[in-house]
Design a protein around this ligand. Structure first.
Ligand code: PBG
Length: 335
């Protein structure tokens, strides 16, 4: 029996349009371009420093001068923006480096805006790289005696960080801490300081995840005790993710993010469908790292794996993709 013998089977054969590269190109629904891609970068003190991050092949911690060189190359490749993470030389309980006028990220933003003003600069707003304990906020003893991040005490420091980034020239601030109410606190502080025009990209639905491993090596932000499950989301929850996103939009978020990406495409889809606002997805370090590691072993081909993953994010509704492959994609698309 051939498929044509099926009653009611249409004369169209879908395979007709898959026969050649030209045909496939004509009918492709989702296209990967550089337009919505953002390259995350790590900046540290020093001069002439390019310190490779072993768990994230191809990525380095860069001093400001090297960061500027990197940013020029990224701009030349046609990418619209970078996302900055800072690694300070000193950490303390209050994360002082996060909101210091001449902190590492603030200095980096000034240098980038000076050298490559057309390149968009997004700053990650969080305390975890700056606290001595590696948590995303101020740690206090709870009533039950457990150590935990104090939500409201953290808000003010996040707002100060965001304002200091805007003062340095950041185009977008991106809070990744998952404290309740931080978008409102940051929006209020930005407005009070004359930055009504600075957009907020909130890591709205950020799940506690095993996929952040390589990043914590890169940003030197592994928590010294406990984990982040009292503030980041439980990965069983999609309805709650929608509530998180709704709250952030109500508080003034301009772009909402789902993170990680790969295991959360249902959430990306629902967020885009329900709210229709600019939606970002963070293709996190572990998602990048596992393809890199498999490719190194000869188990898969990196470009196929990477492009397939990124196209999937787009298909699911992501407008913006934050990815360590951003530079590679720009190169792949030119080949
Ligand atoms: C910090 C932050 C993290 C990432 C981005 N911002 C890590 C974390 O929550 O521990 C992860 C990025 C990645 O894995 O690529 N709050």
């Amino acid at each position: 029996m051939s498929h044509m013998d099926c009653p009611g089977f249409p004369a169209t054969r879908l395979r007709r349009l898959r026969a050649t590269p030209a045909l496939r190109r004509l009918v492709r629904e989702t296209r990967l371009t550089t337009d919505g891609l953002v390259m995350p970068l790590f900046v540290r003190p020093g001069k002439g420093v390019r310190r490779p991050i072993p768990s994230m092949p191809g990525n380095c911690q860069l001093s400001v001068d090297e960061l500027v060189r990197e940013a020029r190359a990224i701009h030349k490749l046609g990418l619209p923006a970078v996302l900055l993470f800072g690694i300070p030389d000193k950490k303390d309980e209050k994360a002082s480096g996060a909101y210091a006028k001449h902190g590492i990220v603030q200095s980096a933003v000034r240098a980038l805006k000076d050298a490559v003003p057309e390149l968009g600069v997004i700053t990650d707003v969080c305390l975890c790289e700056y606290t001595s304990h590696g948590h995303c906020g101020i740690v206090r003893k709870r009533r039950d005696g457990a150590l935990d991040v104090d939500n409201d005490a953290t808000l003010e420091l996040l707002a100060r960080s965001a304002v200091s980034h805007a003062e340095a020239g950041a185009d977008i601030v991106a809070p990744s801490d998952m404290m309740d109410g931080r978008v409102a606190a940051i929006r209020r502080a930005l407005d009070q300081h004359g930055f009504e025009q600075t957009p907020i990209m909130s890591y709205a639905a950020k799940f506690a995840s095993g996929f952040y491993g390589p990043f914590r090596e890169a940003a030197e932000s592994l928590p010294r005790f406990g984990d982040r499950r009292t503030y980041q989301m439980d990965y069983g929850n999609a309805e709650e993710a929608l509530r998180e996103v709704a709250l952030d939009i109500a508080e003034g978020a301009d772009i909402v993010m789902v993170k990680p990406g790969l295991a959360y495409l249902d959430v990306v889809w629902r967020v885009k469908e329900r709210f229709g606002c600019p939606t970002a997805v963070y293709n996190v370090s572990g998602e990048f790292g596992m393809v890199k590691a498999a490719a190194k072993n000869g188990w898969l081909e990196e470009r196929g794996g990477g492009e397939g993953m990124l196209t999937g994010f787009r298909r699911a509704g992501a407008d913006i993709i934050l990815t360590y492959w951003a530079k590679d994609v720009a190169r792949w698309l030119r080949e």
